[in-house]
Design a protein. Structure first.
Length: 301
């Protein structure tokens, strides 16, 4: 059950798969080569997941800021962004990453080299610790983990478009200026990355949902017990009520139809014309009819 013991076996798995890849002729057996590459991807992801848990347990208050992650799409964050970053670092050092111009590659390769060297040091130190005292984290182990966490965050941020790292280990936030305007973005080549404006719009939607819940509690549409008990029905009820609130109660908010679709959050912009139809229908309802509608939207039907 010890994390260091789990790390030891996960590290063994990565080492074994790498050895098999190095001993295989990819041209003679391309299918097996692809199988091993997939195994390597999975084993590295497992290793990084355990390492993340170790850092949360060992250095929770010394972790480097990850505020910049708010700009990355949620689907990328749950799809092991760290593994993508390690792959990018390895490609940079091998000179096979085609998206990077030579001048930018020259800036990034030292960072990639430092990151991968730090990871190797972490693997060595944690393996030794797991064989000697798998239940403790002495100061040298903590120092190595802090350094790796900082290098990883700085490299991860540097690959994000329009962002750069500030001095003293601090990182720029979502609106920061890039240190290299021509820097190609690995992350944005994978998926669409949120702009600072889109992040702000989505924060406005969060506020709208909070105000909707507060109003629903006040009017008796919802109960605090439903919220505390994570009632599944709320997954439907709150967004339904939020659309009515955004169109009628808070018309100047994120669902304001006085703005163009391009100015709305991309959560709602595809439904701009439909929202206008809904607003026009809502406007003709009496207060009693609106109350009946909202109560109906709170049911499972």
């Amino acid at each position: 059950p010890r994390l260091l013991s789990q790390f030891f076996f996960a590290d063994e798995r990565v080492t074994r798969v790498v050895a098999e890849i190095n001993g295989l002729d990819a041209e003679l057996d391309p299918q097996q080569y692809l199988v091993l590459l997939n195994q390597l991807h999975l084993s590295q992801a497992h290793l990084l997941a355990i390492l993340e848990r170790i850092m949360e347990e060992c250095i929770p208050t010394q972790r480097h800021s990850r505020d910049y992650l708010v700009k990355f799409p949620e689907e990328l964050l749950v799809d092991n962004l760290g593994n993508h970053m390690l792959f990018a670092a390895e490609c940079l050092l091998a000179g096979t990453f085609l998206e990077v111009e030579e001048a930018d590659g020259a800036q990034l390769r030292p960072q990639a080299r430092n990151l991968l060297c730090s990871l190797e040091l972490v693997r060595t130190v944690l393996r030794e610790q797991s064989l000697s005292q798998p239940g403790s984290y002495p100061e040298p182990v903590r120092a190595v983990l802090v350094q790796f966490d900082r290098l990883f965050a700085e490299f991860e941020l540097r690959w994000g478009p329009g962002l750069g790292c500030g001095g003293g280990g601090g990182c720029a936030r979502a609106g920061g200026a890039s240190q290299s305007p021509r820097l190609s973005s690995y992350v944005s080549s994978l998926v669409a990355v949120k702009s600072p404006e889109e992040i702000y719009r989505q924060q406005e939607i969060i506020v709208l949902f909070c105000e909707t819940v507060e109003r629903a509690l006040r009017l008796g549409y919802l109960t605090q017990e439903m919220i505390d008990g994570y009632e599944p029905l709320l997954m439907f009820t709150i967004p339904r009520l939020a659309i009515i609130s955004g169109l009628l109660i808070y018309p100047e908010g994120p669902l304001s139809l006085e703005q163009s679709p391009e100015q709305m959050s991309r959560v709602f912009s595809p439904f701009y014309n439909l929202l206008k139809k809904i607003r026009d229908l809502l406007r003709v309802l009496s207060e009693e009819e609106l109350c009946l509608l909202e109560r109906s939207l709170c049911t499972a039907e």
